[in-house]
Design a protein around this ligand. Structure first.
Ligand SMILES: Cc1ncc(COP(=O)(O)O)c(C=O)c1O
Length: 292
């Protein structure tokens, strides 16, 4: 069975053998940044965009990138080659590194880089065929704060508790509300709604990770001449939408048909959602050469 591989500071090992020091600040404090993407036909999709965002996230948290983006990409290639044939989930992390047991981030000087290549677990097909349900929640995350806004920082505790609450309520994803009650994003996805043929998504602001999948979907919209608005949205915009969907590198474009127990539109995946899912997969095929 394929188990994947891990690369730590350039050294590739079996996943079960991979170790990081207990004094690493990523382990102690979630003091690290990361990216998640996947392969299609064994080729990573949008890797450059992900690694550039990783570098921006590191800058935002004043973590210096230990190697260049090109060097990281070639380590990912080597890790994928060591993992062998298959379709892989790729997680790239940069931690601030090891230092004394103090919160002062300046005491750690050697960032650690970790690449995890793991077998991909696709979301259930029925979520694409029949749609997912979401619940709206308040959750206060470190990246809601202007200091860390826009960074993909690893402290996902609030996000995972939100997902837990969503699952307990029978939903698959939590949609996080901002301080003004506005819709921000999913715990690990961006949100889109469709009303009267117009595609709308929350505008970038603190609390929103501007997704690579979101950007690809916006490119597809532009190419297909669809009307898009990046704007502030509130719960009624979702409840009363004709269609809704969430996006992420692993989910791709996933229809949303229920929010807080209310049916969206006619309660089935809508035509624009299906069209944008096809458009997204077309971009994936063009970017990787894979038949998707
Ligand atoms: C909080 C959050 N928002 C949005 C996304 C979607 O980002 P991307 O499309 O780059 O995967 C993610 C992905 O995990 C996320 O964690």
């Amino acid at each position: 069975m394929a188990t994947g591989k891990v690369c730590i500071d350039g050294e590739i090992v079996d996943t079960a053998e991979a170790r990081v020091p207990v004094l690493d600040r990523g382990f102690l404090y979630g003091d690290s940044v990361f990216e998640v993407y996947r392969t299609y036909g064994g080729v990573p999709f949008a890797e450059k965009e992900h690694l550039e965002r990783l570098s921006r996230s590191a800058d935002c948290l004043m973590i210096s990138m230990p190697v260049s983006i090109d060097a990281l990409a070639s380590e990912v290639r080597a890790t994928l080659a060591a993992a062998g044939e298959g379709e892989w989930y790729v997680r790239v992390m940069i931690t601030r590194g090891t230092g004394p047991l103090t919160y002062d981030p300046t005491t750690a000087s050697s960032p650690l880089r970790v690449i995890i290549v793991a077998p991909i677990t696709p979301y259930p097909r029925e979520l694409y065929e029949h749609g997912a349900s979401v619940v709206l929640l308040n959750a206060s995350r470190p990246t809601d704060d202007a200091r860390a806004a826009g960074a993909k920082a690893s402290n996902y505790l609030a996000n995972l508790l939100a997902v837990h609450e969503a699952k307990q309520k029978g939903a698959q994803e939590a949609i996080v509300l901002g301080r003004r009650g506005q819709l921000l994003e999913g715990a690990s996805s961006n949100l889109f709604v469709v009303k009267d043929g117009v595609i709308r998504t929350p505008k970038p602001e603190p609390g929103i990770l501007v997704g690579i999948t979101r950007a690809t979907v916006l490119e597809v919209c532009a190419r297909e001449g669809l009307t898009v608005e990046e704007t502030e949205l509130h719960p009624p915009d979702l409840y009363d939408a004709d269609e809704a969907f969430i996006t992420s590198s692993i989910r791709e474009v996933m229809p949303v048909v229920v929010a807080d127990g209310r049916s969206i539109g006619d309660g089935t995946p809508g035509p624009l959602t299906k069209r944008l899912r096809r458009g997204y997969l077309g971009a994936v095929a063009a970017g990787t050469g894979a038949a998707v």
